[in-house]
Design a protein around this ligand. Structure first.
Ligand code: ADP
Length: 363
């Protein structure tokens, strides 16, 4: 058996010269980072994706000099001797920590030979960083949601015990505790409503709504529906909209929810500014909806994280105000579904302005 029919052994030359160009072309066409090694683990070459992942590839040297992952190097060594395929997870720490999976694939050129040392070993890498991050986020989300429900539930259970025991014959205590229990039950149902909305909106995020809706009318609707709450908080809602309709393609209920969540936040967190403005203006091919309050504002370090689920600047204050920590996550998803962009500007002490830029309906 000739060993030199798939690459020519010209010492000191790069892989491209040593390896059969057809094999290299095959690896090059592969979208995942791919390396070709001889059976002793010497790097013969690889594709551009591998070069991007590993930096400079050291062709003609052992894999251990190109890839700092002893578990993969060991699996390659075994594949080179025994010819068994393998799959190994590993992390690269430079330049930033990333998680990968390496598929170690022994290649034999003679289809009649099924076992023993292979002619080549192919290494294919899959970047699992993003998938693992998503898994982590999902786990965090479930943990957060359960925690948010467990707290009011524990409080309700505690008061039930108290009402059955020490407070059984005390009408004043009973009234007080029933009031708290009712508030806690409302908090749980708000949370469940928000969780369900979020999952429904997420499920539909790729289906762009078709119906023409007038944002001017929706803004006025929200101003009216929240005026009792505004009154309670001593805040005036000021509406500044064009006289003519501003039409976008949208889902009416979702858009009302989006505006409501932003205005409610203005009422909850910015009440001391005494005024919340809902303004709508046209800018080129966009309709820009801005909800501005004149309250304490938000420090810059929090701004990038505001739309994360359960992220709150001050958790106790949010709960006191009936917040679930999901309002802005819902806003972000509704905006995404409408191909709109959400932005926030805030100066501490002067208030916050949340803007949503909608593409105008052209039809
Ligand atoms: P919550 O249910 O807690 O209000 P959101 O997702 O609506 O959840 O908001 C997340 C956090 O962002 C709030 O807890 C609050 O700390 C902050 N925030 C939102 N809107 C404002 C605002 N207008 N002014 C100051 N802080 C705000």
């Amino acid at each position: 058996m000739s060993e030199t029919n798939y690459y020519t052994t010209l010492p000191g030359e790069g892989l491209e010269q040593r390896l059969d160009p057809k094999l290299l072309a095959l690896a090059g066409a592969y979208p995942e980072p791919t390396l070709l090694l001889d059976r002793s683990g010497i790097v013969l070459g690889g594709n551009a994706a591998a070069e991007a992942m590993l930096g400079r590839m050291r062709v003609g040297t052992p894999i251990s000099l190109t890839l700092r992952a002893p578990e993969v190097v060991e699996a390659v060594r075994e594949a080179g001797i025994f010819g068994a395929a393998g799959r190994v997870g590993f992390n690269l720490r430079v330049p930033v920590e990333r998680s990968y999976e390496a598929h170690i694939l022994p290649i034999r050129f003679d289809p009649a030979v099924a076992a023993g040392a292979p002619d080549l070993v192919m290494l294919v890498f899959r970047d699992l960083t993003q998938a693992m991050r998503v898994d982590q986020m999902r786990a965090d989300f479930v943990a957060n949601a359960s925690h948010e429900l467990r707290t009011p539930l524990a409080s309700v259970t505690g008061f039930i015990d108290t009402l059955r025991g020490p407070a059984r014959d005390d009408p004043a205590m009973r009234e007080k505790f029933l009031g708290i229990m009712s508030e806690q039950a409302r908090r749980m149902s708000r949370l469940i409503d928000d969780l369900l909305s979020l999952s429904r909106i997420e499920m539909n995020v790729h289906r762009m709504p078709e119906t023409p809706v007038d944002l001017v009318q929706l803004a006025a609707h929200v101003r009216d529906s929240l005026s009792p709450l505004a009154h309670e908080r001593g805040v005036e809602i000021v509406l500044q909209t064009p006289a003519a309709p501003v039409v976008v393609r949208g889902e009416r209920d979702d858009l009302i929810r989006l505006i409501e969540n932003l205005v409610e936040n203005g009422l909850k967190y910015g009440a001391n500014g005494k005024r919340v403005e809902i303004s709508l203006r046209l800018e080129g091919q966009e309709a820009v909806l801005t909800i501005r309050d004149f309250g304490p504002g938000i420090a810059p370090e929090h701004l990038p994280r505001l739309t994360e689920r359960f992220y709150r600047v001050d958790a106790a204050h949010s709960r006191e105000q009936g917040g679930t920590g999901l309002g802005l996550a819902i806003v972000k998803h509704i905006a995404a579904r409408h191909r709109a962009r959400l932005g926030v500007e805030s100066e501490v002490g002067k208030g916050a302005a949340f803007s949503v830029r909608f593409p105008l309906s052209t039809a």
